[in-house]
Design a binder for this molecule. Structure first.
Ligand SMILES: [Zn+2]
Length: 111
């Protein structure tokens, strides 16, 4: 398959750790929260079912760092590969969902 473009959504290491380490989930109903972006009304208590909200092991900072190391090791050769072919489009992944979606759509349509 021919590829016209490869989109790379770039988010700093620090921002990824902040986003992932803030995630929380309800032990009872599975509802997702984030301590900064989407906190529950009461600390550690689910808004929906009053169950306990906790942090999954794979959202803990040490685990995130380890996951990022693997990801970065495997991904940087790939981004270099597409960059050399002139196909790589870097998108700044910091911002709201709508804003980033627009950036991606623009990159696909106009380049
Ligand atoms: Zn719940």
């Amino acid at each position: 398959m021919k590829r016209d473009k490869v989109i790379n959504i770039e988010v700093s290491h620090k921002e990824i750790v902040k986003r992932l380490s803030g995630r929380r989930v309800c032990r009872n109903c599975g509802e997702g929260y984030h301590i900064i972006f989407n906190p529950s009304m009461e600390d550690k208590i689910c808004d929906k079912c009053k169950g306990e909200i906790y942090q999954r092991d794979d959202d803990k900072e040490d685990t995130i760092e380890a996951r990022l190391k693997v990801y970065e090791g495997q991904t940087s050769p790939l981004t270099d590969f597409y960059k050399k072919k002139g196909l790589l489009v870097a998108i700044d992944g910091v911002g709201g969902f709508k804003e980033i979606t627009e950036k991606i759509v623009n990159a696909i349509e106009f380049r």
